[in-house]
Ligand binder design. Structure first.
Ligand code: UDP
Ligand code: MN
Length: 280
């Protein structure tokens, strides 16, 4: 029986998580992730950030300020930061099976993610996420004059080991990825979709359990939200109305402005009573 358990753990998939963040968002966003889902998978989480962040081990951070310049929400700088995802992915390719990117305004249900990815073969090329637009990106110019789907990085994306391996020639250096974004005049997530579709023929596997804060209606139907939230894989959050606000407010609002701590407690404990005593 014991050896069975050991076997199961050694067979289970290994997921590497990269979180794109910024020193500016440490207190505003990241602390809520550190208090909740990140604490469950600490050893497997790496941060792409402008400068050093407190309370995170240095070898889990990759610093971008020197190469990308001071942080800004611009196409070039975000491309430059995303280029660093691949530096981490390639560095750890032998240790992990799946490689995921999340923004710092996302809650990840790591159990549901693992359950879902376990159903797929990481030796096959996979590009998984939520389709960003309701239609394909129209493209007619060479190379690859075909329309394609892309996933928004803001809902989280996951790539299989095989995909990381195939991406190596295009993402080996930071400048390669940035030059690609600039040449094609695409934002980082569109450029990644282009690389995968055009150069590698890997199409998007859509998963609607990934969510970003761009989705207006996801949070706005109380019955549906309360019935289904335990099945979702990621949640985006944003004030004033893009966060799980139909969950009961179990914590003081200044300690849990996005109700992420509440969500976390309900997902792992499920009894509201117990969460109330645990959170306060
Ligand atoms: N971000 C960053 N540097 C910036 C602004 C944003 O690294 O100067 C990151 C931020 O931490 C987040 C992602 O980029 O992970 C998207 O930013 P944000 O959520 O603020 O904007 P959105 O595009 O989602 O509206
Ligand atoms: Mn965001």
């Amino acid at each position: 029986k014991n050896s069975n358990i050991i076997n199961q753990t050694s067979n289970s998939i290994r997921i590497l998580y990269v979180i794109r963040t910024s020193s500016y968002f440490y207190q505003k966003r990241l602390i809520y992730l550190l208090q909740t889902w990140i604490s469950l998978v600490n050893q497997d989480v790496f941060f792409v950030t402008d400068i050093l962040l407190p309370n995170i081990s240095q070898n889990h951070m990759i610093l971008t300020k020197q190469i990308c310049g001071p942080d800004a929400h611009s196409m070039n700088i975000l491309c430059c930061k995303t280029a660093h995802d691949f530096i981490i992915f390639h560095r750890y390719i032998s240790e992990y099976d799946w490689f995921c990117h999340f923004d710092d305004d996302q809650y990840v249900n790591v159990n549901n993610l693992k359950k879902y990815l376990s159903t797929l073969d990481f030796n096959q090329p996979y590009y998984i996420g939520r389709a960003s637009w309701s239609n394909t990106i129209k493209r007619s110019k060479e190379p690859y004059p075909y329309s394609f789907w892309f996933a928004t990085l803001g809902a989280g994306i996951c790539l299989s080991k095989r995909t990381i391996y195939l991406l190596k020639p295009y993402t080996q250096s930071v400048s390669q990825f940035i030059d690609g974004c600039i040449n094609e005049n695409y934002h980082d997530d569109i450029y990644l979709g282009f690389l995968l579709n055009g150069y590698l023929n890997i199409t998007l596997t859509k998963n609607n359990h990934f969510h970003s804060h761009l989705e207006k209606f996801f949070y706005h139907n109380k019955q549906i939200f309360l019935r289904t939230f335990t099945n979702e894989i990621t949640f985006g959050f944003n004030i004033p109305d893009r966060y799980p606000y139909y969950l009961p407010q179990l914590d003081k609002s200044y300690l849990d402005p996005y109700r992420i701590r509440t969500l976390h407690c309900l997902l792992y404990i499920t009894q509201i009573k117990e969460c109330e005593t645990k959170i306060r």
